[in-house]
Design a protein around this ligand. Structure first.
Ligand SMILES: Cc1cc2nc3c(=O)[nH]c(=O)nc-3n(C[C@H](O)[C@H](O)[C@H](O)COP(=O)(O)O)c2cc1C
Length: 178
């Protein structure tokens, strides 16, 4: 198989977004295993509320959908806002509806790594669980290892997450290589 395409989506609009940094770090691990990668975060995922047809003539949305169509694996990252995924990330995921008529609809058949950040463990875990629920609805396959990251901990969150992140990325490759 040619180099798998791993697409990471999510994060926040903050330039220093920890969720965005974690997504980038996960892609670095995927690149080390030979993947070609695409990161879409910040303004690249700031879409208007979804309505059927809302994607028409919107360059960033077209780029997002094309990245997912060609993805062999996807990584989704969200901050926990009030105990669940942020509106920004949920609206982005709403646009996956545009792929419902594809030969490979939604995230069908693809492994999906998940990264949830929050200022405490409770929201990190509940957000990870919410992301799993959405990915199941989109016919994706969440990896057994998902990352619940407490960004209020004193350690650098990327360094602290790296061992679990490696396992998550390895599980994505195991799925792709089946
Ligand atoms: C609107 C809003 C709601 C939040 N709600 C929660 C929450 O319910 N529980 C929690 O632990 N942290 C909460 N946080 C903190 C963020 O989840 C946390 O700072 C996250 O790591 C931010 O991600 P970022 O660095 O990628 O922007 C909230 C932050 C904002 C801005």
């Amino acid at each position: 198989m040619s180099a798998p395409h791993i697409v990471a989506i999510g994060g926040t609009l903050r330039p220093e977004s920890s969720t965005g940094r974690l997504l980038g770090a996960a892609l670095s691990l995927a690149e080390a295993r030979g993947a070609r990668t695409t990161l879409l975060t910040g303004p690249a995922i700031a879409f208007p509320h979804y309505e059927p047809g809302a994607a028409e003539g919107h360059e960033e949305i077209a780029r997002f959908l094309e990245a997912l169509r060609t993805a062999d694996g996807v990584i989704v990252g969200s901050p926990g806002y009030h105990g669940t995924l942020s509106g920004l990330v949920k609206t982005m995921l709403d646009y996956v509806e545009q792929l419902r008529g594809d030969a490979r609809p939604y995230l069908d058949g693809r492994p999906v790594g998940l990264i949830a950040t929050a200022g405490g463990w409770q929201a990190a875990v509940s957000t990870l669980q919410a992301l799993r629920t959405v990915v199941h609805a989109l016919r994706g396959w969440p990896t057994p290892m998902g990352l619940a990251i407490n960004t209020a901990e004193p350690d650098d969150c990327v360094d602290a997450a790296r061992p679990q992140m490696q396992l998550m990325v390895d599980q994505m490759f195991d799925f792709i290589d089946r």
